[in-house]
Design a binder for this molecule. Structure first.
Ligand code: PMP
Length: 358
């Protein structure tokens, strides 16, 4: 017998922590990690197969280190006058955010986020030695200009995380809140837009604010709307100097040749892949409306998931859904659960189960 982890000279701030991760359970209706419920269309599978096959013989060589062709494709997809010099890619937006904290956070520095928001922001901060400051939201999970300005002024963080649409609430941030943070914050402002493609019409992206704001970074991912969670491809858009900064901390050849080929081939078929977005949004809106009909409180959502409650014991409801073969997410917010919008059939099963439970 060894003393296990406690017997190792692990960093103090990691002691007692458990690895992040939602349960990966074998159930028929998996609505707990905000994946895209649709598998890839044949046309895209075929294109990715061809692209991957073309790289195989040369896998004895390291990949293109700066992934310029992929970054150019991502920039073209984003529009807004972006080019490869303003876009950076890594293994999921999680790795992008880790690189940002390695470059702009770290020991002796702080990052501020507004809880509840994406739970990896504090975890990546801790892992990079960046002090985490848990900012507040109002009871309805909203975030106003005066809320954010007061907290940024109080803490003067090196990095501010904003999440829009916010996970787990689903709400988008008005651009005046992002602008106010940019005006007040002394350091970098990272807007996590992992769910941007699911926004309702008229909801702007922080990409619009990039011109003239050198400290603004917008992170995106192919894990959600593009249905490519398994590929692990996230990216950022920012000033070229931000791309230079993350290149100082990235590991050489961090994006495998297979990842670059798969992501580029998928991007070339972005229109086909993104066809599922409208279907997902439709199910999301159906979940919001139906759960409200059932008398529940449901946050408006610009994402591919819905936060709903309030339950006296959300753990009991989570368990009761699991008993009915439906897996949703307990995000650790007392009284609330989060469900991803699935296919129409998956949504039927979830809503029928909820009808029994309320
Ligand atoms: N940001 C937010 C808000 C998320 O919810 C997620 C995934 N759950 C991510 C980033 C990370 O996505 P990925 O690393 O797959 O790009």
């Amino acid at each position: 017998m060894t003393a296990g982890l406690a017997g190792l000279p692990i960093r103090d701030e990691l002691r007692g922590h458990t690895p992040y991760g939602a349960p990966q359970l074998q159930v028929s209706v998996r609505l707990n990690t905000n994946e895209n419920a649709y598998s890839l269309p044949d046309e895209v599978v075929a294109a990715m197969e061809r692209a991957l096959a073309a790289t195989l013989r040369d896998l004895n060589r390291y990949p293109e280190r700066e992934a310029v062709a992929l970054r150019a494709g991502l920039a073209a997809y984003l529009g807004h006058g972006l080019d490869a010099s303003r876009v950076w890619a890594a293994n999921g937006s999680n790795e992008v955010q880790q690189q940002l904290l390695q470059a702009f956070g770290g020991p002796g520095r702080t990052a501020l986020g507004f809880t509840p928001a994406y739970s990896m922001h504090p975890l990546i901060s801790t892992a990079t030695g960046t002090g985490w400051i848990d900012g507040r939201r109002s009871a309805d999970f909203g975030l106003t200009v005066s809320d954010v300005v007061a907290q940024v002024r109080e803490h003067r963080p090196d990095v501010v995380f904003l999440c829009s649409p916010n996970n787990p609430t689903g709400t988008s941030l008005p651009l005046d809140v992002v602008s106010a943070v940019l005006d007040e914050a002394p350091g970098m402002v990272v807007v996590d837009e992992a769910y941007a493609e699911f926004r309702r019409p008229g909801t702007p992206s922080a990409l619009e604010l990039l011109p003239g704001h050198q400290r603004l970074v917008v992170t995106r991912t192919m894990s959600k709307a593009f249905a490519l969670a398994g590929v692990r491809l996230g990216y950022l858009a920012a000033d070229p100097a931000v791309v230079e900064a993350v290149q100082l901390v990235r590991l050489p050849y961090h994006l495998s040749a297979l990842t670059q080929a798969a992501a580029s081939a998928a991007l070339a078929h972005a229109d086909v892949l993104l066809d599922t977005v409208e279907a997902v949004k439709h199910q999301r809106d159906r979940i919001v409306a139906t759960l409200r009909d059932y008398g529940l409180t449901v946050a408006d959502s610009d994402a591919n998931f819905v936060l709903f409650g309030q339950f006296r014991d959300q753990k009991a409801v989570w368990q009761a859904l699991l008993t009915r073969d439906v897996l949703v997410r307990d995000v650790g917010l007392p009284g609330w659960l989060r469900v991803s919008a699935g296919t129409p059939a998956e949504t039927d099963v979830f809503l029928a189960a909820m009808k029994e439970l309320v």
